[in-house]
Ligand binder design. Structure first.
Ligand SMILES: [Zn+2]
Length: 579
């Protein structure tokens, strides 16, 4: 697969190819898909695209070779074998450079395999148009002319949103700022396998017609969701404090803060508040967003099954997150509703619009007893009876019916994480005179989410990913966010003592340094333990960082030599272990 290049470059290349294929109307392209043939058995292909047109379905296999050398002949042969054996319509080899002369010779004979460079591939898909990135969410789009200098093109969803939302609204301005941070990242942000699962969950939901707020493509949905989490972090009063934490920081020594530095540094109370804020609110915002995205595919699966059993009508649709709002307990406007809704909207020009609320889902990234989850679902249903807003349409109490066909109650779904732990095993690799730490990645023990029916219309989903794995991903996202803010902070220049650093490096440096100072300034054990947990996880990853404990069970600051000692004897010289 990826020989001679970095794995993430290759993944990125493969994702780009699929993203571009998805620009073709009627084409659905997915990466790393299994295919089955009589001779070859089951193999995975880089990209499998299905093109539907006038009732025909064409299957195309694409192998992506992100190589700096021409593709040898045997790769062409093996793709040809796969194409023939699974009965695909065509196979494409896409590479940066092209093919070796032997392969070119082979390809000049009639066959169903073609080789293209990435540029050739792009120009075929563009077909006299241009491939651009949306100026807001960054997804790829096809435009008939290049935007004029200083202007950007937008995808359809963003175009509608920018026209519909008066940008002077504070909500929009804050959200747009968050979106500008989110618009550069891909699914890899949350880690290889987990990222692929988030992506495939969103793909399943989108293909099944699920409604998401503000976006229609999986990557754009991912970025919107990330931006919503960032906005919710920044709109908190302590979100502002967090920015100060990175720019001013805690006092960098022990003892009293000197009077002349009082306004240039955070007070100890402010430092403690920031640590508590990162530890609870910030991590939870990212974790909630991630878990909700993972929950979409299994919820869609349940919807489909109920439709197959004729318990739900064909028009029933799944709505995710802020696509639906509920009436608040008092006052005007709308408030956050259940995590997912199953709705049947009835809109015709002749009759008053109405909606059937056929089901609700509650998604948690931590464990909660079934009774409490049940009570939350009850509350969601009760609130929804008082009013719902779906997209731009508001429904009053007399326009809402709750329940399934034949007077049955509404479907109730709970989604919880699994409970396996991440491995704590690691090793060092020597590369170019540097020592690189490798912590073994968490591999989910089961390869699918578990979907159980626990009552006539009640379902319990246990995600493939565990609470600890989701925690770890949320921590990584938190650190990414800190670095990004730092990068913005230093975009107009880095401090003199960090000369030679890029704004991104300065951002990373600031995040790590401030967490270190915070440990020095913590006045309570609880806060000190939290600051250490953050600092250690930032440097060594969540699995090791959270679980490095002294003989009394308390967290201690972790240093590289501790890991050497632990590898040798199972503990460091002070008896600290990874538990
Ligand atoms: Zn867009």
């Amino acid at each position: 697969m990826a020989s001679g290049t970095h794995d993430s470059d290759w993944r990125h290349f493969q994702d780009q190819v699929a993203e571009i294929l998805n620009l073709i109307p009627g084409c659905v392209a997915r990466v790393n898909q299994p295919v089955h043939g009589t001779r070859i058995g089951t193999v995975r292909v880089d990209v499998l695209a299905e093109l539907r047109s006038n009732g025909f379905v064409f299957r195309v296999i694409v192998e992506c070779k992100f190589w700096r050398r021409p593709i040898p002949q045997e790769k062409v042969f093996s793709l040809n074998t796969v194409v023939e054996d699974i009965g695909a319509d065509r196979g494409y080899l896409i590479s940066e450079i092209g093919v070796q002369s032997g392969a070119a010779e082979y390809l000049s004979h009639p066959s169903n395999v073609r080789a293209l460079t990435f540029e050739e591939f792009k120009s075929i898909v563009a077909n006299d148009r241009f491939i651009e990135n949306c100026g807001r969410c960054g997804v790829k789009i096809l435009v008939s002319r290049r935007p004029r200098a200083g202007k950007t093109a937008h995808c359809r969803a963003c175009y509608r949103l920018l026209r519909a939302t008066p940008r002077r609204l504070e909500y929009a301005a804050e959200h747009e700022r968050a979106m500008s941070l989110a618009s550069t990242v891909g699914f890899q942000l949350v880690g290889g396998t987990l990222g692929s699962d988030v992506k495939s969950s969103l793909e399943t939901a989108v293909a099944g017609g699920a409604g998401f707020p503000n976006a229609t493509q999986p990557l754009a949905i991912f970025r919107e969701s990330l931006a919503a989490a960032i906005r919710s972090i920044e709109s908190q009063p302590r979100g502002k404090l967090f920015r100060d934490f990175l720019s001013k920081g805690p006092y960098e020594r022990q003892g009293k803060v000197p009077t002349k530095l009082r306004h240039q540094r955070l007070s100890d109370q402010e430092t403690a508040d920031t640590i508590a804020f990162i530890f609870s609110h910030m991590v939870n915002c990212f974790k909630g967003a991630l878990t909700e995205m993972l929950a979409t595919a299994p919820c869609l699966h349940i919807l489909r099954e109920l439709q197959a059993q004729k318990r739900l009508p064909r028009e029933a649709r799944l709505y995710v997150g802020d696509a639906v709002w509920a009436a608040p307990r008092e006052g005007e406007g709308f408030a956050k509703a259940a995590d997912l809704h199953i709705l049947v909207e009835r809109r015709s020009p002749k009759a008053t619009p109405s909606v059937v609320l056929a089901g609700v889902a509650e998604v948690k990234s931590y464990f909660l007893p079934p009774e409490r989850l049940g009570r939350q679902l009850d509350r969601h249903l009760a609130r929804a009876r008082r009013g719902l807003r779906v997209g731009k349409v508001a429904y009053g109490p007399d326009q809402i019916t709750v329940g399934c066909k034949g007077g049955r109650p509404a479907v109730r779904i709970t989604v919880l994480p699994a409970d396996w732990n991440l491995p704590r095993t690691f090793h060092f690799e020597r590369k170019d005179g540097r020592k690189l730490l490798h912590v073994d990645p968490g591999v989910p023990p089961s390869d699918a989410d578990s979907v159980e029916r626990v009552g006539p219309l009640q379902w319990r989903v246990t995600l493939r990913w565990s609470k600890e794995a989701l925690d770890a991903a949320a921590y990584e996202m938190t650190f990414w966010f800190m670095e990004k803010l730092g990068e913005v902070l230093y975009s107009s220049g880095v401090p003199k003592e960090w000369e030679g650093m890029s704004p991104a490096q300065a951002g990373q440096n600031a995040a790590k340094m401030m967490l270190y100072y915070a440990i020095l300034r913590c006045r309570t054990v609880r806060n000190n333990q939290r600051a250490i947990a953050l600092y250690n996880s930032y440097g060594f990853g969540y699995a090791l960082g959270m679980s490095f404990r002294n003989p009394q069970g308390r967290r201690e600051m972790l240093w590289p030599q501790d890991l050497d000692e632990i590898l040798a004897t199972g503990q460091n010289k002070d008896g600290c272990r990874i538990v």
